[in-house]
Design a protein around this ligand. Structure first.
Ligand SMILES: Cc1ncc(COP(=O)(O)O)c(C=O)c1O
Length: 405
């Protein structure tokens, strides 16, 4: 079975895990990250959601509204709530990203921040964002780049188009520090405030933590290795891996118990190696995306979400009708199709009590119809070719893909 993603924890990462390292491992990781993104500062956190939480806290933002997409990873909303603020959910546009016109309509005197998100690595429209920022200079702009490491809008880095950007570096992300998150910013005062918040709020990791992280990373490398993935897939189907994979509970708003524990040196060393490979990872993802687009675009059973030229493709996203059936058929032919965001956050039970008064038809539509085609940081034509032929097979006799609406 071809997995929908594969972490590339390989020789260099294993060497980094086994090396002794030193007290400046975290600072080195941050410097490499800042350089890769082209930002002045990078500050590491144990999760992307911790990064967002402390970013809001360090600016003294509390009891305010934070504008964010309805169609994104639910843990972003959890971080906003954990920071003592209220998420205001906005429907998406055709590309899956938050509709910035709707975002602007939702702004009020109580709006403190907006979280533009290049979902699936589809670049946010920075021209529209610029216009919005000019009209609302007091609103903090925090780019969620967890899906969009080095994504660009007409040559401009999305991560630098705001006061700060945050990233997620868990094992499924474009580059990983096993778990982890990062904030980048060009603002020295914000960087200093964030470092202060980190010193104050995060506890030091215990001695066993690096060891368990190494085991987890090693296990993930094995589990996703082509020789073992069919076994992993079989185990997953028994439900045995659910505990490892589940990252949210429909019913509750919660942060992980360890979200205020600093990263280990081991994580920093792995992260630094991965960031050194980022250019290759992104180039490979773009190749998969172009390969799939070229060969499947004309098929009536599948419709790709439009993505602008500088997109960096954490995922390749397309709409299909009768998604569960198509996924089952693709799986029977040896290809796993992802359903990465299969919810519209404000429709989840955990957010039922958040006052809304708006609608999210597109986010709901996408949450039911989007599939994610397999890709990872190394382009393998044989894999891409097999994905295309299995998807074509799985789509035979299928209804036309739904409109983007
Ligand atoms: C779009 C998006 N933003 C933020 C995050 C948060 O990252 P983390 O899981 O490190 O908290 C994720 C994680 O999956 C994500 O997909």
């Amino acid at each position: 079975v071809i997995p929908r993603f594969r972490p590339l924890i390989e020789r260099a990462e294993l060497v980094a895990m086994l090396s002794r390292g030193g007290a400046d491992d975290r600072a080195r990781f941050e410097a490499a990250f800042a350089q890769a993104i082209g930002s002045r500062h990078a500050i590491a956190f144990p999760y992307g959601r911790t990064a967002l939480r402390l970013l809001l806290e360090s600016r003294g933002i509390v009891g305010r509204e934070v504008i964010m997409p309805a169609y994104t990873c639910v843990v972003v909303a959890h971080a906003v709530v954990a920071s003592g603020n209220r998420p205001v959910f906005i429907d998406c546009g055709a590309d899956g990203n938050m509709d910035l016109d709707l975002a602007e309509q939702a702004m009020s005197a109580n709006t403190a921040a907006i979280v533009p998100t290049s979902v699936f690595g589809h670049s946010v429209d920075l021209d529209r964002l610029d216009a919005l920022r000019t009209r609302h200079p007091g609103v903090l702009v925090i780019q969620d780049c967890a899906h969009s490491f080095t994504c660009e809008w007409h040559g401009r880095a999305v991560a630098r188009a705001g006061h700060a950007a945050f990233f997620g570096c868990n094992i499924s992300k474009v580059a990983t520090s096993i778990f982890g998150g990062m904030v980048t910013t060009d603002d020295p005062d914000l960087a200093t405030a964030l470092r202060g918040a980190r010193d104050l709020r995060l506890s030091r990791p215990g001695p066993a933590r690096a060891f368990s992280q190494a085991l987890y990373a090693f296990g993930a490398a094995l589990a996703f290795h082509p020789s073992f993935y069919s076994l992993t897939d079989a185990l997953r189907r028994t439900g045995m891996l659910t505990r490892l994979e589940r990252y949210y509970d429909e019913q509750t708003i919660e942060m992980p118990a360890d979200h205020l524990v600093d990263i280990t040196r081991l994580q920093a060393r792995v992260g630094a190696v991965q960031i050194g490979r980022l250019g290759d990872f992104i180039a490979a993802r773009r190749r998969y995306a172009h390969y799939y687009h070229e060969r499947l675009e004309a098929h009536p059973g599948i419709r790709f979400l439009p993505a602008s030229h500088g997109s960096s493709y954490s995922h390749v996203a397309a709409l299909v009708d009768d998604r569960e059936r198509i996924c089952a058929r693709a799986h029977a032919r040896g290809v796993e199709l992802g359903r990465v965001i299969d919810y519209c956050i404000p429709s989840m039970p955990s957010y039922a009590s958040v006052p809304q008064g708006r609608a999210w038809p597109r986010a709901c539509h996408f949450s039911r119809h989007v599939v994610n085609l397999p890709l990872w940081g190394r382009f393998e034509e044989a894999v891409a070719n097999r994905v295309v032929s299995c998807v074509v097979d799985a789509l035979s006799g299928a209804a036309h893909a739904p409109q983007i609406a």
